[in-house]
Design a binder for this molecule. Structure first.
Ligand code: GUN
Length: 283
């Protein structure tokens, strides 16, 4: 049997359409949600992501404030910019597109963003709140993955969820969100010896390794929900995920395609966080 293909574009659109009304309501109260997007240098993938974020802001009536600074900007210049954005009342959310050029200290930048404006959810306050199960900004991609499961009626409660990848921005937070929804969670990574066997026990499999089609079709448990967070560019220029999609879809119950699965959700949840940040400023 072939899997239900999870339509991330559709779920993302439902979320952004609901936000459109919230933006209008905020504007009626005199608040225009504002997102400051900081892009350092000319990384082509980053430029593309930033442009998609800006377009989505524009379409929802969120004010996007682009801050494009040169590749050779110093740490001091970047920290000064963050400080200015922290103090600007028109800015409700700050997003610093990663990765930064090698000479810059990403951690220091993430620590400097005001917790009230940390719409990426990568700062220590946001991530600490996630661990503590306290309200706060959730990282957009993991939050989007949870929304996809919810939209397709996949309840993590009592299920075995396997997360492949332990990054701070995807693997770790998604594991915590699955745990919050009462899944039993296994986190795998490059040193996990029995990766195939562990994946085969996953009712929910989240792949976030960044290696094209590393998770093979015969690693998928029959009927599993497969969430593919990888975006890899193949030699022919086409995008592919971390999962061998064509074979995996013959075994999975649900599966996200790449593109059109998790990707659109990341932007939708960024818009959601920005609107939440703006709402929090209304007296
Ligand atoms: N680079 C790749 N994904 C992301 C993201 O979600 N946010 C930021 N800031 N940078 C990224």
């Amino acid at each position: 049997m072939s899997a239900t293909i999870i339509d991330g574009k559709k779920v993302a659109k439902d979320i952004t359409e609901a936000l459109r009304h919230e933006v209008e309501a905020l504007k009626a109260k005199g608040v225009v949600p504002g997102l400051a997007v900081v892009l350092v240098g000319e990384n082509p993938a980053s430029k593309k992501y930033v442009s998609s974020k800006e377009k989505m802001c524009e379409s929802l009536g969120i004010k996007s404030m682009g801050n494009k600074i040169p590749e050779d900007s110093t740490q001091e210049e970047l920290m000064k910019l963050i400080n200015d954005l922290n103090n600007d009342p028109k800015v409700h959310g700050i997003l610093v597109q990663l990765p930064l050029p090698k000479h810059l200290n990403e951690k220091e930048v993430m620590h400097a963003i005001s917790p009230d404006k940390d719409v990426d959810g990568f700062g220590p306050d946001s991530l600490g709140r996630l661990v503590l199960d306290e309200p706060g900004f959730l990282p957009c991609t993991p939050h989007g993955c949870m929304k996809l499961l919810e939209a397709y009626g996949v309840d993590p409660k009592g299920k075995h969820a396997v997360v492949v990848g332990r990054s701070v921005i995807v693997g770790k937070p998604i594991a915590l969100l699955l745990l919050r929804q009462h899944a039993t969670v296994t986190i795998c990574h490059s040193r996990t010896p029995d990766l195939k066997e562990t994946c085969l026990r996953a009712d929910i499999l989240c792949a976030a390794v960044g290696k094209a089609e590393m998770i093979k079709g015969d690693w998928i448990k029959e009927g599993a929900a497969v969430i593919d967070i990888g975006i890899n560019v193949k030699e022919d220029g086409k995008l592919t995920g971390d999962v061998e999609f064509e074979k995996a879809k013959e075994r999975a119950g649900f599966i996200t395609p790449v593109p059109g699965g998790v990707g659109p959700m990341t932007i939708a949840m960024l818009m959601y966080n920005t609107v939440e940040a703006a709402k929090a400023t209304v007296k």
